[in-house]
Design a protein around this ligand. Structure first.
Ligand SMILES: CC(C)(COP(=O)(O)OP(=O)(O)OC[C@H]1O[C@@H](n2cnc3c(N)ncnc32)[C@H](O)[C@@H]1OP(=O)(O)O)[C@@H](O)C(=O)NCCC(=O)NCCS
Length: 191
């Protein structure tokens, strides 16, 4: 699936130039959502630095855009310098966008991206206490297995295949084309 329009918005990969919007989204998370997202309480300053470093961390991040703002993200982060069998996933959906299936949709993207990088173990430190994340994991039980109370889910073997790699490549390409069109539109407004 390419760039996907979803619930009056669209889901696509985050670009390295979009760290400001990423930061704005994280800053909009309320206290409890921030705690769940980062596994502890974090300050605004921490978030600004974290978002700014997104590009250099080599993560794969997907974002849900609506009204030209990011309102939800999912990150797949490698645990070492290179991609190995283990990776960490983290999700954030702003309160008013929750319970509309966006988290479930983002999880599907993360599973595909993980498979394409040979990841088989997915750490989600929130899983044990987070009812919504548990519901999302259940919805993906054909692809992701986790035991209640565990923080690591196993991505069931399917491995990267032609279609999963093509799906991600198509998405990147469409995303790029949309960025060019968007830029052209903005340049025309200026001219
Ligand atoms: C957890 C989070 C990512 C989920 O995103 P979302 O877009 O709300 O998720 P979805 O709408 O796809 O799915 C939510 C599911 O939880 C269910 N749910 C909602 N409240 C629930 C509750 N109190 N108990 C059990 N299930 C609940 C919904 O019914 C839905 O399941 P369904 O699709 O089977 O009906 C989002 O709520 C969030 O960002 N929370 C704050 C930060 C966080 O916890 N991040 C995870 C850290 S890794």
């Amino acid at each position: 699936m390419d760039v996907q329009y979803y619930k009056n918005g669209l889901i696509r990969k985050l670009r390295p130039t979009e760290t400001d919007k990423f930061g704005d989204h994280l800053l909009r998370l309320d206290k409890e959502a921030r705690r769940m997202r980062f596994a502890h309480t974090v300050s605004d300053d921490f978030i600004v630095v974290y978002a700014g470093r997104m590009a250099e961390m080599g993560s794969v991040a997907y974002a849900y855009f609506s009204d030209d703002q990011i309102h939800a993200t999912a990150e797949l982060k490698k645990l070492g310098d290179t991609w190995g069998h283990e990776a960490e996933a983290a999700f954030s959906v702003e309160t008013r966008f929750q319970d509309h299936g966006i988290g479930t949709e983002l999880m599907g993207r993360v599973i595909t991206a993980a498979r394409n990088r040979g990841v088989t173990q997915l750490y989600m430190s929130c899983l044990a206490e987070n009812r919504r994340m548990q519901a999302i994991a259940r919805r993906h039980e054909a692809d992701l297995r986790f035991e209640y109370g565990e923080v690591v889910g196993e991505i069931l073997p399917q491995g990267p295949n032609y279609f999963s790699i093509l799906a991600e490549a198509m998405e990147d390409r469409t995303s790029y084309m949309m960025a060019v069109l968007d830029l052209q539109k903005r340049l025309m407004k200026v001219a």
